[in-house]
Design a protein around this ligand. Sequence first.
Ligand code: HEC
Length: 148
Amino acid sequence: MAQQQNSSRMILMITIVIAIVLIVVIWPLSMLGKASVKTGSTDEAEARIQPVARLELAKAPAAKSDGKPRDGATVYNSVCMACHASGAAGAPKAGDKAAWAPRIATGTAVLINSVTNGKGAMPPKGGGADLTAAEIKAAVEHLVGLAK
Ligand code: HEC
């Protein structure tokens, strides 16, 4: 009897170890595969707007982190374009003057605040969790510039 309990405990432990290995090793590896989809492709845009991809998007570094602030175009291309190039999720399309005019009229400070805290379907910082305030401002100015 005691012997039997021991072996079923063994099996349970082995199952738990396998489950942990699966979660700790295989799951992040599969995430890596997804993260390496080519930047700028429509595949990536589609992948990013899926709600499941939201978490990944938030974790994805916007660009190389060499300590230098990224300029507006770089931030836009790596983070904001996923929605603003296509108008995904109801995002005002980059360069669409009619869509941007009423938003630009509220003032840059309001727009920066919307991006920083998130608005509607746009996650805080547009999903670029590592963006600095200066980078957000530059990206907003870049988007505003495209719509002028
Ligand atoms: C997940 C999709 C998505 C991403 C990524 C995204 N946006 Fe947006 N953005 C939206 C949507 C949707 C709206 C419209 C929100 C609303 O008005 O309800 C919006 C609105 C805005 C507005 C107007 C805010 C206002 O107050 O009217 C600005 C400015 C903006 N985005 C800038 C950015 C910048 C800069 C980035 C990158 C750092 C970014 N967005 C990334 C979806 C996105």
